[in-house]
Structure formats: structure tokens, C-alpha cells
Write a protein that binds this ligand. Structure first.
Ligand SMILES: Nc1ncnc2c1ncn2[C@@H]1O[C@H](COP(=O)(O)OP(=O)(O)O)[C@@H](O)[C@H]1O
Ligand SMILES: N[C@@H](CC(=O)OP(=O)(O)O)C(=O)O
Length: 538
């Protein structure tokens, strides 16, 4: 059989490898679905409003029991619930299943290495261990173990096929990482059943129509996807869907077009599809704070934040939610709530558009009261910044034009060179013959060297490494006289040198570039002077 490309896992399963692979994963026969649990199961009851609950990798890895006992079950009293899960991680995302799958993909392309088989076996072992620690019902456990083994065998075959054709397309990489969400959702589904909830595993790996004619992720694409997701959820009937946060063959590949953390977006699309009352993103932090609470001990929890502010914070280093999530949920008027799995009763932070607030406030006191009761506080008129954030791993490129006067096409040539190598600029500042650009240092690992060669033809290029972008965010900042002065004076008083300044491109963000070694100090001094309760007179 000639192998040219792998479209999906079934392609790989169809290939006969003979004894090329060491398939030492035992495959006991499948046992029937659990019968002892089928009476008195909790279900999604018709007519109740929907809520979509998304759980990140470390949350599923460490708190599966809490997810089932304290979150899912209690919401079933008043809501129909959809659970969306990421791949399991342990203490950190860096050591999580998705990263290990990416490593396995790399190993599969390394000649004479059987490393990918070891990684798959490790992943399987971790999931089997988690299963046996969590599940008490023998039927449920046997069923789960069989499905975990089967998924891992398919994965191993797929990686083996990748190795035979010696090619890892972005699409194959997507299929490989998608396995992480499948394994994790299989465990959560089984755990729900074990604890008396009638749950159904929903694999969205093939949900995207491959006939859909789009190279871009435009709104038409998302609308088609949300209706497909809604259809799939309907098929679950009254069973509680446990949905893979991986949603398949995205044009341009999920890793390239959406990037890591895609599960938040998946949950938002599901919420839109079913018209959910609320989208909940469960994390290990109480919500969005005025600064990263790990770095600024006095940071305060924000009860409400606008989608624009949340997106800006996420983009500039406070990675609480994937930036694409907001657009989809908010355009459908679905509030997003960030909640803490270790504090399920807390109100969290609600991401809520201020246009709604503006529309509702003329309706008077009763609506304002309703807002407060729901946690959608009407404090959107605050006239101060709301948070400070830091993005590390930044480099600055300074380009001095060879010409004394800015020539026509100088900027166009710079951006053409960057675009050619897929390099994204975070901040830019210009004078007549000088351009400064701040970008994330991962770009350096890609093709920055090649881009630099082309930029050198346009002017003298200096590269300054080990920097950080400090951003002050708040939707009312455009109206605050003197706020930039206060920010830069505060940094000056702390002897922190500013490499580059950018204000104005986004009306809700003032950013500057500083030395990475000053990042934590800068966060703390800015927080103390501009965001602390004392500074705000609260
Ligand atoms: N402004 C901020 N508010 C809340 N968390 C922030 C902020 N900035 C950075 N963080 C960090 O983002 C992390 C995200 O939460 P976590 O639940 O650990 O992530 P994940 O669900 O992706 O595993 C937290 O560890 C927190 O310290
Ligand atoms: N597992 C994927 C998708 C994801 O959304 O993860 P998390 O929810 O843990 O950020 C990743 O690691 O990127």
C-alpha cells in the first residue's frame, strides 16, 4: 500500500505495519456498558437553561472529583450542563499530555528512535492510573480502561504511519494532540457515570465539514461550526455531554490558526450553539485580578471586566482565557464567568460587555439590582485603570533606515519581510528614519534569522533581547488625563529604565518595554501606585 498522506486516524488503522511497531499494549475484549447504574441517574432535564463548563488541563488533572461532585452535579439541579475538557496535565501545563504528544510527534520523525512508543505508553499508564484511582464501579472501570487502551493503540499506529512516510503535516500534528482531549474526556465521562450521572462522551474530532470552502476562520465558518455542535449535543438527549475541547480539522490547522488553549474557544462555540445562559471557564484562580496574584500579593479580584479588557490582558501576558473566546460568546450576548475549582462557591469574574450595561441602566433600579444579584455589577463607569500585566520573553528590533529621509515603501518592505516568515509584532513605535518593534522571542526560534537578513538590506538592525512588555489596561483610560505620566513617573521613581513606549493604538492600553529582570518589581510598583485600594481611595 502506497502511503502519501494521513487524513485521519482511520487511515493509520488501515495500514498493515507487520511487526514494524512494538504494539505491546494489551487489548482485552470490550465489556458491555454498565448496567448497575442505569436507574436513578442524574440527567439533563428539558426546559432548564444551558450552562457550558470548561475545565483546563491542570484542573482536570488534579480536581476531577471536585468537577463531578461539587460543580457538575450541583449545576444539574437548575441547569442543563455541558462539560468541555482539555487534555490532562499534572502540576503544570508544560508537563501535560498535550506537550508530551507534541514530543511524541517529534520522536516519530527521529530515525531509529522508539521514543514515541515510550511516550504513548507513559501517557496510557498515567491515564490508567488516574482511572483506577477515581472509578469504583468495576464495569465502568473495565469499559474505561478498554477505551483508553484502544485510543492509545490508534495513536501509536498513527505515529508509526507518520514515521513511515517521514512527514508531519500541521494536520497530522493536530490529530495527534487531539488524542489528549479524547483520553481526558473518556475519564471524566466514566467518573460522572461512576458517581450517578448519565453522561455521554462527545468527540468533536470530525465535527468540521471538510467541504466547507474557506481558507480563513471567518464568521461564516464559526456559524457553521456552532450549528454542527448544537446538532451533536441534541443527539445526547438527556445525557450530560462531555465534549473534547479539541474540535478537529480547522483550516490552516488548529495549532496554527487558533493556537494552544483552543478549548476555551470550543466551549464558547458550544455555548453559542445551545444558547447557553452562561459560559463558565473553571481555573485554579478566583478570576481575573488587578495583576497576576502569584506576583503581586495585594492584587484584587475584579468582579466584572469587559471583553476588550479581558482580550487585552490575555494578549499581553495574563493568560487567563484564550483571546478568541470573547468574540464568539459576547456577540451572542452570553456572559463568560471565570471561576475557581478550589472555591466553587465564589462569584469569580464575569466578562460582560458594557454596551449591555449602558442599554440596561436607563431601565432603572430593578434591572441594576438584577445585575448585582447575578454578579454583573454595574460598576462599568469606573474611571481608573483596571489591571496591569507583563509579557516576558520579548525582543526589540530597532531598524535605522539607510536613507536620511524616510523613503516610500520602507514600512511596507519591513512588514513584507516579517509577514513572509510569520513574525507577529506586539508593539511598534516609529520616527522618520527609525522603527522599533517588540516581538515575542519564540519568533526568534522560527525564522527571525532569515527575516533579519532581509531587514538588514533596508537599514541597520539592532536586536535587544531579554525584555518584557508592561501594559496598563482599562477601558476608560482614553479619558484619563495624566495617567501615562503617572505610569512612567512611577517607573522612573523605581529606577526602571524604559526601552520603548507605545500608547494610542489601543485606546484601552498603555504599554512600554522594560528589562525583563525588572518585570516583577515594575508590576508591584505600578500596582501600588495606580491600582491598589489605597491608590483608588477604596
Ligand atoms: N490578571 C490575572 N488574573 C488572574 N490570573 C492571572 C493574571 N495574570 C496572570 N495570571 C495567572 O494565570 C494563571 C491561570 O490560571 P490556571 O488555572 O493556573 O491556568 P490553566 O487553566 O490554563 O491551567 C494563574 O496561575 C495566574 O497566576
Ligand atoms: N490541551 C490544549 C488545549 C487547551 O485548551 O488547554 P488548557 O485549557 O489547559 O489551556 C493545550 O494544552 O493547549
Amino acid at each position: 500500500m502506497a502511503i502519501t498522506a494521513l487524513k485521519d486516524l482511520d487511515d493509520a488503522m488501515a495500514i498493515d505495519f507487520g511487526d514494524r511497531l512494538n504494539l505491546d499494549i494489551a487489548m482485552p475484549p470490550l465489556t458491555p456498558s454498565p448496567t448497575p447504574l442505569e436507574q436513578d441517574l442524574l440527567v439533563n432535564r428539558d426546559v432548564l437553561p444551558w450552562v457550558v463548563q470548561k475545565f483546563g488541563g491542570t484542573t482536570v488533572g488534579k480536581f476531577s472529583e471536585t468537577i463531578v461532585e461539587k460543580v457538575a452535579k450541583s449545576h444539574l439541579e437548575n441547569h442543563r450542563t455541558i462539560l468541555v475538557c482539555s487534555a490532562r496535565s499534572g502540576e503544570t501545563k508544560a508537563l501535560g499530555t498535550t506537550n508530551r504528544l507534541l514530543q511524541a510527534a517529534k520522536e516519530a520523525l527521529t530515525s531509529n528512535s522508539t521514543g514515541f512508543i515510550d511516550i504513548v505508553n507513559d501517557i496510557l499508564e498515567d491515564h490508567l492510573n488516574a482511572a483506577s484511582n477515581l472509578i469504583s464501579n468495576a464495569y465502568v472501570l473495565t469499559d474505561l480502561n478498554n477505551s483508553l487502551r484502544e485510543e492509545c493503540t490508534r495513536l501509536e499506529k498513527f505515529l508509526g504511519a507518520t514515521r513511515v512516510i517521514n512527514e508531519l503535516t500541521p494536520r497530522s500534528k493536530d490529530i495527534i494532540i487531539g488524542m489528549g482531549e479524547k483520553l481526558s474526556c473518556r475519564i471524566v465521562t466514566a467518573l460522572l457515570r461512576d458517581r450517578g450521572v448519565d453522561a455521554e462522551f462527545v468527540d468533536l474530532g470530525n465535527i468540521i465539514s471538510q467541504d466547507f470552502d474557506t481558507a480563513n476562520l471567518d464568521q461564516e465558518f464559526y456559524d457553521d461550526l456552532t450549528s454542527r455542535m448544537a446538532e451533536r449535543i441534541k443527539e445526547c438527549g438527556n445525557r450530560v455531554p462531555v465534549v473534547t475541547g479539541f474540535f478537529g480539522q480547522v483550516p490552516g490547522s488548529i495549532l496554527c490558526s487558533i493556537g494552544r488553549g483552543y478549548t476555551d474557544l470550543c466551549a464558547a462555540l458550544l455555548a453559542v450553539g445551545v444558547g447557553a445562559e452562561e459560559l463558565q471557564i473553571w481555573k485554579e484562580v478566583d478570576g481575573i485580578f488587578t495583576a497576576d496574584p502569584r506576583k503581586v500579593p495585594t492584587a484584587r479580584l475584579l468582579p466584572v471586566i469587559t471583553p476588550e479588557e479581558a482580550a487585552e490582558l490575555t494578549y499581553y501576558g495574563s493568560e487567563v482565557i484564550h483571546p478568541f473566546t470573547m468574540n464568539q460568546a459576547i456577540r451572542a450576548s452570553i456572559p463568560i464567568r471565570i471561576k475557581n475549582i478550589q472555591n466553587p462557591d465564589g462569584d469569580g469574574t464575569v466578562i460582560f460587555p458594557d454596551v449591555m450595561n449602558r442599554d440596561l441602566s436607563p431601565l432603572g433600579k430593578s434591572m441594576t439590582k438584577l445585575f448585582s444579584e447575578n454578579g454583573y455589577y454595574s460598576d462599568m463607569t469606573r474611571r481608573h485603570p483596571i489591571a496591569v500585566t507583563i509579557k516576558n520573553n520579548i525582543i526589540v528590533l530597532n531598524i535605522h533606515s539607510h536613507r536620511k529621509i524616510m523613503s516610500h515603501g520602507f514600512f511596507a518592505s519591513i512588514f513584507a519581510a516579517l509577514d513572509k516568515y510569520g513574525i507577529v509584532v506586539d508593539l511598534i513605535s516609529t520616527s522618520e528614519v527609525h522603527v522599533s518593534m517588540a516581538l515575542v522571542d519564540v519568533a526568534a526560534e522560527q525564522d527571525l534569522g532569515k527575516a533579519l537578513k532581509e531587514l538588514n538590506a533596508l537599514g541597520k538592525v539592532d536586536v535587544i533581547p531579554k525584555l518584557a512588555i508592561l501594559s496598563l489596561v482599562g477601558k476608560q483610560m482614553k479619558n484619563m488625563v495624566g495617567i501615562a505620566g503617572k505610569m512612567f513617573n512611577t517607573l522612573a521613581a523605581a529606577q526602571i529604565n524604559i526601552e520603548m513606549i507605545s500608547q494610542g493604538a489601543s485606546e484601552i492600553n498603555i504599554s512600554c518595554v522594560i528589562d525583563e529582570c525588572n518585570a516583577d518589581m515594575a508590576l508591584n510598583v505600578i500596582h501600588a501606585e495606580l491600582l491598589s485600594s489605597v491608590a483608588l481611595g477604596q
